[in-house]
Design a protein around this ligand. Structure first.
Ligand SMILES: *[C@@H]1O[C@H](CO)[C@@H](O)[C@H](O)[C@H]1NC(C)=O
Ligand SMILES: *[C@@H]1O[C@H](CO)[C@@H](O)[C@H](O)[C@H]1NC(C)=O
Ligand SMILES: *[C@@H]1O[C@H](CO)[C@@H](O)[C@H](O)[C@H]1NC(C)=O
Ligand SMILES: *[C@@H]1O[C@H](CO)[C@@H](O)[C@H](O)[C@H]1NC(C)=O
Ligand SMILES: *[C@@H]1O[C@H](CO)[C@@H](O)[C@H](O)[C@H]1NC(C)=O
Length: 475
């Protein structure tokens, strides 16, 4: 920020130097002040990942805090894909608790009749052919999907609804976190909250200013009401737009509402092994996953349905810590422990600072190939250097003890490397499992947790999560 300001100031032309010299200082100071105030505001507004001071709500003491009953999930699926994807919806849907509907193209086949009570109620989309614009639509499937918001609204099931949350039949939501994140925003204002894609190309080809729908996004209810009045009109205006999420962002932009980014939503336009990504998640409550059906299973040796059920075992106990990264060091052996709660633990035979370990290891590929830059975040390359490559441990089990929670992580494959000699040559090969002790109380939103390690030389190490001390350096 300051660097670019400096360039603006120093690149002023030199031809009026002599006369304006004195005034330039005064004008310069005024301009710097103005730019600082103005740019900081637009910067914060457009990059509102963390604490958006302009939208975060002043809690009205009389009004009840937002809870799960205030969320309306509008999901879209298809009869053809349901057989493989119902597991994803079933993994997070809470029958009779979560509110919402899933919209299909046609009635599901007989094998799903009668419709299970463990699924969201089923609705079939209206026939698009009644729309005047129908022959000109470039993507009829997406237009059908888009109208689910309008059709859901017309069901008149929205008593006390504060937010619409949209998603696909292969989206997995972490609904307790969703409630906590959305409760920070004023639901009586018009808000559009989601996240762009992880890959530069997806954002470039669609838009940097749209929420990718598979990762899900949230619309405050006043925005839903404004949108449904003009939704069909908007479809006509943008009938040539291919992507439904793109269309949505254009319609909302014309209503004067721009996307607020939140790093907890995951479109996952990635392929292959996601483990590196999930082991260095941003410090933001995990809100969603998408594309689990096309990525490799997230746990070694498990298929996709078992992987999703497995990660939900941890999520059902503590969503606030799900895949949140904590880093601590064992000075006696020069080892670093990086915990991604509920998913993995990495043990490095070197001391690494947090600044390094928060970059994901690039175990995955982008959805679309090509040359870098590929991702919207920095990565570390997979390394065969014993001083850089971690020992991998994956989530195995969870137990609740009096006052706390214990998650265990076990080694699923050997590292197959010599030990890192420059930092003392202490091999972590004998370590078979890591136990992580965490408090019962939820972690506060975007706060980083610190930890301590105990290791007696046996095949188990114990890691205890705790609040970071004031000004604690994690390095
Ligand atoms: C959610 O808030 C509503 C008030 O809008 C309240 O009536 C309801 O009991 C709350 N539900 C839960 C599960 O806390
Ligand atoms: C949901 O509620 C209905 C009646 O309100 C009940 O018959 C049904 O068993 C409930 N389903 C679950 C999964 O609790
Ligand atoms: C480690 O070595 C064993 C035996 O040589 C081999 O089967 C295994 O695939 C290797 N694992 C990795 C992660 O390289
Ligand atoms: C840890 O590594 C440093 C070099 O990075 C080394 O000087 C130190 O002796 C090592 N500590 C132990 C306990 O081996
Ligand atoms: C590191 O330790 C292994 C045995 O644990 C030993 O074979 C090797 O020579 C040591 N390397 C160095 C550089 O000390």
């Amino acid at each position: 920020m300051l660097l670019s300001l400096y360039n603006v100031m120093s690149s002023s032309p030199s031809y009026h130097t002599t006369i304006l010299c004195k005034y330039r200082v005064i004008i310069g100071v005024a301009v710097i002040f103005f730019l600082l105030v103005f740019f900081n505001q637009t910067y914060i507004n457009s990059q509102s990942f963390d604490s958006n001071i302009f939208t975060i709500k002043n809690q009205d003491p009389k009004e009840a805090a937002t809870n799960l009953s205030h969320l309306m999930f509008v999901l879209v699926g298809g009869s053809r894909t349901w057989k493989d994807r119902s597991i994803y919806v079933e993994s997070w849907w809470r029958p009779n608790v979560t509110r919402g509907n899933i919209f299909f193209d046609v009635e599901p086949s007989e094998e799903f009749q009668p419709w299970s009570r463990n699924f969201p109620p089923l609705k079939v989309n209206e026939d698009l052919k009644k729309l005047k614009i129908y022959p000109k639509l470039v993507n009829r499937v997406h237009t059908r999907i888009y109208r689910s918001i309008l059709e859901n609204y017309r069901l008149k099931q929205d008593e006390n609804v504060r937010w619409y949350v949209t998603g696909d039949d292969d989206s997995v939501f972490f609904v307790d976190n969703m409630v906590n994140v959305l409760s920070k925003y004023d639901h009586t204002e018009k808000h559009y909250i989601g996240m762009f894609s992880e890959t530069v190309k997806s954002n470039f080809y669609f838009s940097f200013d749209m929420a990718f729908g598979g990762g899900g996004y949230a619309l405050s209810y006043p925005l839903v009401k404004a949108l449904v009045e003009v939704l069909d009109e908007c479809i006509e205006r943008y009938h040539y737009i291919w992507g439904v999420d793109h269309l949505q962002s254009l319609c909302l932009a014309d209503l004067g509402v721009d996307l607020i980014l939140d790093k907890g939503f995951h479109q996952l336009d990635l392929r292959g092994d996601l483990s590196g990504f999930l082991s260095s998640h941003p410090t933001a409550p995990l809100l969603s996953f998408h594309h689990f059906g096309s990525l490799e299973p997230i746990f070694p040796g498990m298929d996709r349905p078992s992987s999703v059920r497995h990660i939900m075992k941890a999520a059902n106990v503590d969503q606030s810590r799900m895949v949140q990264q904590s880093i601590c060091h064992l000075r006696t052996t020069n080892w670093t422990f990086s915990v991604s709660w509920g998913y993995s633990v990495h043990v490095y035979e070197t001391i690494f600072p947090r600044s390094h370990l928060k970059c994901p290891i690039e175990t995955f590929h982008p959805w679309l190939g090509g040359r870098p830059p590929l991702y919207m975040f920095n990565t570390r390359r997979v390394s065969r250097n014993p001083c850089e490559a971690p020992h991998w441990f994956f989530f195995d089990s969870i137990e609740q003890e009096n006052g706390g929670v214990v998650t265990s992580y076990t080694r699923k494959f050997p590292r197959n490397m010599t030990s890192c000699s420059f930092s003392g040559n202490f091999s972590a090969d004998p370590l078979a499992s890591i136990r992580v002790f965490s408090p019962k109380t939820p972690k506060q939103g975007r706060k980083v947790e610190c930890c301590d390690v105990e290791y007696e030389g046996a095949n188990v190490a114990n890691v205890r999560l705790r609040d970071c001390r004031r000004n604690e350096i994690i390095a």
